[in-house]
Design a protein around this ligand. Structure first.
Ligand code: 13P
Ligand code: SF4
Length: 308
């Protein structure tokens, strides 16, 4: 029996669900019960009645699923699946930052640890950040962390002066504006779409800026022959399935980055074999200490409430 079929059997016998992010390897996306962006994945995690959640994504995503489901088993195929953005916001330094600005409401992007979420008032993702910031009264100052690029973008869109944490995603900061403009010049009919974790100069030349799910919906609803896609290359698998006759070109990364540059090394440590192994062995599991989980739950629930 193929590895994929063995996973499907195990899922059935163990009443497990596999949630996968769009940046996961194609073969993982194919056996998943749901593939989505960070918001969709947390919404699915919040509503599932499965006994086991296999989170094919990175640590902060599985941790969020565990916080939402303290009594369920949450498995992450490889514990090394971290996130440069989450790592750019260490809890001690962030505590000092928030304590220095006690009048500020703290909105944090979901790409952060449970400790950071526990210090936050509201969590957001790239698909609801605008709405969440706009829900805050205009006279209330806001700390926005950890992604400065998303923060800058939301600040520009809302005209609000957000106090930003200096964090970023290595993958989205690797795009080269010069190469992108050259590529667009060579393909003048193409439409540039970008994820808001990208730098300002990339977002400034994009026709559409949105979350991974937002980008997929955009190409479905705005039929064009060609898109240049500025986000992690894993998205191209689902996107191409949705628009099979459209040419999708991954945005180019900077010169010195010669590898498969727009790939997130953290997302890619998960493999189909590791998905199978973790479900078979029920390990590695994600655990969040109860008190920490309770403090981190409230700002996540506020986000889910504001996203209905
Ligand atoms: P979304 O899928 O929510 O847009 O997030 C992108 C990302 O970088 C996840 O780590
Ligand atoms: Fe983190 Fe960036 Fe990888 Fe997303 S793509 S998991 S933000 S390092």
């Amino acid at each position: 029996m193929s590895l994929a079929n063995r996973i499907l059997e195990l899922k059935k016998s163990k009443k497990a669900i596999v949630l996968a992010h769009y940046y996961q390897r194609p073969e993982i996306q194919e056996i998943a019960d749901y593939v989505g962006d960070s918001l969709g994945l947390s919404q699915k995690a919040a509503e599932t009645d499965a006994s086991i959640i296999v989170f094919a994504g990175v640590h902060f995503m599985a941790e969020t699923a565990k916080i939402l489901n303290p009594s369920k088993m949450v498995l992450l195929p490889d514990l090394d699946a971290g996130c440069s953005l989450a790592e750019s916001c260490p809890p001690d330094a962030f505590r000092e930052f928030t304590e220095a600005h006690p009048d500020h409401l703290v909105i944090t992007y979901i790409n952060c640890s449970a400790e950071i979420k526990a210090m936050s008032d509201i969590v957001c993702t790239s698909s609801n950040a605008l709405r969440i910031v706009e829900s805050v009264p205009k006279d209330r100052p806001i700390i926005f962390a950890p992604d400065k690029n998303l923060g800058k973008y939301i600040s520009k869109k809302t005209g609000r002066d957000l106090l930003l944490w200096d964090g970023s995603c290595v993958v989205h900061e690797a795009f080269s504006i010069e190469k992108l403009l050259d590529l667009h010049k060579a393909n003048p009919e193409s439409v540039i779409i970008a994820h808001p974790e990208s730098e300002e100069h990339i977002l400034d030349v994009a026709t559409y800026v949105g979350s991974t799910a937002g980008m997929i919906n955009y190409v479905k609803k705005h039929p064009k022959e060609q898109f240049i896609v500025a986000t992690e290359a894993g998205i191209l698998h689902k996107m191409q399935q949705e628009v099979p006759n459209t040419v999708l070109i991954p945005a180019p990364a900077q010169e010195d980055n010669t590898c498969a540059c727009s790939e997130c090394a953290y997302m890619k440590v998960n493999t189909l074999q590791k998905v199978y192994d973790c479900l078979l062995n029920e390990s590695p599991q994600i655990d969040v200490p109860e008190a920490l989980a309770q403090s981190a739950l409230l700002p996540i629930e506020r986000m889910l409430e504001l996203s209905k």
